[in-house]
Design a protein around this ligand. Structure first.
Ligand code: CU
Length: 336
């Protein structure tokens, strides 16, 4: 089932990669590898009227070890207060996106996702155990409006809505799993943002401010905390095909409001810190490095491939909760 979804996504993407496009050669050669932001950034550009872009991204995040506040915490410390401590988690997210230019200023976009989570734990008396969940994630639709584009500088307003298509009822042996193992938020979310990009000669740069505001309490009685994101990047064009980038990415997550009463027993028994709503407040500053590649000619002309890798240089977590080790995003984009 899961493999089928991934395989069919890959076939879909491959067929789009070799599909003919309607650009004149002159238009394509004016493109730069760095006129798209590093691949970990979304909503950074608009399209010309009638242009369609398809994209696929895979992001992978690894978390290992515990942290409380600014400090690292040992598993033994966590097991002194809780019956169970998480030890490691990986999160994979496949994202399929489409963008369409309604006018030269207004672009609409939609993104669907498939999420895989895998978490290792240790129990005070019974030892190690693992939980896995995977499913279709939340779906995001966006309107991107470029309100300024002059002298190699452009600004856009972004307004998105996240639809709660992701599962929040993931269970193990009939018992609901804690918040970090759920796939979706269960809430409608408003996603406002503002984005800037500029370039001169072989240099380009940009920045974004984004918010995620949960509009309603979900069917399980809680609302994930709001999120704030600020990011800024610089990129250097090395050739007409290659650019490299570095980026700072700040994320803040607030604590959960309300609670999933199916987790009450777990909380009352001090079972697992991941079941506590007060422990989801965290902030993180990541430093990332990326490469963008724009296929300059041949039958894959205009296809973009990009990778971005990064790790936290600062993180604070209301814990004991898992800390982030690193994050990698690979992606493909093509315009038709
Ligand atoms: Cu696009």
């Amino acid at each position: 089932m899961k493999l089928n979804k991934i395989t069919s996504s890959l076939i879909f993407v491959t067929s789009l990669m070799v599909a003919n496009n309607s650009y004149s050669h002159d238009y394509k050669t004016s493109l730069r590898p760095d006129d798209h932001a590093p691949i970990g950034v979304m909503r950074d550009h608009v399209h010309k009227k009638g242009e369609f872009m398809a994209s696929y991204r895979l992001s992978y995040m690894k978390m290992r070890g515990l942290r409380n506040g600014d400090d690292k915490v040992t598993t033994a410390d966590a097991l002194a207060s809780y019956m169970v401590a998480p030890t490691k988690m990986t999160m994979k997210m496949h994202m399929l996106g489409a963008m369409y230019g309604i006018t030269d200023q207004l672009t609409l976009s939609a993104m669907g996702s498939f999420v895989e989570k895998d978490m290792d734990h240790i129990h005070r008396t019974t030892g190690e155990f693992n939980r896995e969940t995977d499913d279709i994630g939340d779906t995001k639709i966006n309107a991107l409006y470029e309100f300024y584009n002059k002298d190699a500088n452009r600004f856009q307003f972004n307004l998105g809505l996240s639809l709660p298509t992701g599962n929040i009822d993931k269970k193990h042996n009939g018992t609901r799993l804690p918040y970090p193992m759920q796939i979706g938020s269960g809430s409608y979310e408003l996603l406002p943002g503002i984005s800037y990009a500029g370039h001169q000669d072989n240099l380009s740069y940009g920045g974004q401010i984004n918010g995620t505001f949960r509009l309603d309490t979900n069917d399980n009685g809680y609302k994930l905390g709001d999120q704030y994101n600020i990011t800024a990047w610089v990129a250097r064009k090395l050739t007409n095909a290659f650019s490299v980038s570095s980026r700072l990415d700040y994320n803040k997550n607030e604590a959960i409001e309300g609670r999933d009463s199916a987790l009450d027993t777990m909380v009352n028994m001090n079972m697992n810190p991941t079941a506590k709503t007060s422990l989801q407040d965290q902030e993180r500053l990541d430093l990332l490095f990326g490469v963008n590649f724009l296929m300059p000619k041949g039958f894959l002309e205009g296809n973009r491939l990009a990778v971005e890798f990064g790790a936290p240089i600062y993180q604070r977590i209301d814990g004991p909760m898992l800390e982030t080790d690193y994050k990698i995003t690979i992606g493909w984009q093509n315009t038709f």
